[in-house]
Ligand binder design. Sequence first.
Ligand code: ASP
Ligand code: MG
Length: 407
Amino acid sequence: MRYKKNIIVLKFGGTSVGDKDKIKRVADKVIKARLEGNSVVVAVSAMGDTTDRLIELAGKIASSPSRREMDMLMSTGEQVSSALLAIAIQEKGYNCISLSGQQAGILTDDVYSNAKILNIKVDRILKELKKDRVVVVAGFQGVNIDGDITTLGRGGSDTTAVALASALKARYCEIYTDVDGVYSTDPNVVNEAIKLETLSYDEMLELASSGAKVIHLRAVEFARKHNVILHIRSSFNDIEGTWVMDDYKKDERMERPLITGVTYDIGEAKVSIFGLEDKPGVAANLFGKLADVDIDVDLIVQNVSEENFAAISFTVKNEDLSLAKEVLNKLRNIRIEVDTDIAKVSIVGAGMQTHPGVAAKMFKILAEKDINIEMISTSPIRISCVVKKSRIKEAVKALHSGFGLAK
Ligand code: ASP
Ligand code: MG
C-alpha cells in the first residue's frame, strides 16, 4: 500500500486537549509531524475530565444506568475533542477531517463500556490520507455489528491509537501525555526517579498492570501482540520520551538492570473468605461467580486448611468491591472480611529472570523498614507485596534506592 510506510499515529490524552489553548498547541504538534513528511492519523481522548462529568451526570438520574446508554453518552466526549482538534488544524491552514469510531471503521464486540476491538476497516482512513488530509479519530469508541456505539473501557483511547497503528501498519504510535515518559517510579513520590529510555513490552505490561498510570494496559497488550512500536512522551515539550518495543536488550543480556521500575497501587481492597470447604471445585466456583460479573481479581492467597476448611484472600479494585461483596454474600456458610487499608508495591524488571535472590532482597529491604508483608505474588519479571496503605510511600522509596535505581 502506497502510504503505509509513512503513516504514524499520534494519541493525545485528556489533559493534552484540556482547553482551547491546549487544543491549538496539539494542532501545532500534529502539523509539525505532517510537515516532516508523515501521513498523520490522530486519536484523541475527551477534554479533561469530560468522561467523569458525563458519568456523574448520569449518576444523578439513575443509580445504575444501562451500559448501552452510558456508551452512547460517554462517546460524545471524544466526538467533541476530535471535531475541535480538526477545526484547530483547519484554522491553521491544513487539510484535516475528524471521524467518529464508526466512520473510522472500528468494529468491536458488544460488551458495552468494556468492548474489545475486533477489526478496523481502514478504507475510509486511507482514502482521506490519500487526499492529503490529517485524520483525527475519536478515541475510546467503536460500533458493534449492529451499529450501536460501544466504548473500550476507561482510558481506552490508547487502545484506539495502537489498534489504528496496527491496522494501518504505521511506523510507530506516539502516546502524548502529561509526563515526559515512563519513570523508574512515580516522580511525585521519589524525586530521584529516572526516565526510562526503552522498555520491552513485557516490562511495560507489568509496570502498567501494577500501577504505572501512563498507558492503558490493554493498549500495551495490543501493541505486544501486533508488534506496534510505542513512543510515550509529553505533549508539553519536545523531549524524547520512552520507547516500548520488542525485547530491546536481547543481545546485551549481561547489562540488563536487575530492576527497571518500582510501582504501587492504592486502588485495591483485600477480601478474605473463611470457612470454605477444602475440596476440588470450591475456588473455581468462587472465582467463577466473580468472573461472571466481570470482576478482575488480582492477588490470590489460599491458606492451609484446618479441619477441612480453607481461607482464601484476594484483592479487587475498590470500585468492584461492593459488587464483589454482593456476589459473595450469596454463598452460604462462609465469613467475609474486607480490608481497604492496603496497598500494593511491585518491582518489575526483565533482569530478574536471570538473577536469583531478587525476592529475598525485596523482602529484606521492606523488613529493614519494619514494613509487614500481607500478601505476595510474582510473575517471571515482577514481584508484588501487599502492605499497609500508610506505609506505601516509604516502601516505594526504600525499594527504589535499595535496588539502585536513583539518579
Ligand atoms: N475519555 C475516556 C476516559 O476518560 C477514554 C480515555 O481518556 O482514554 O476514560
Ligand atoms: Mg482519560
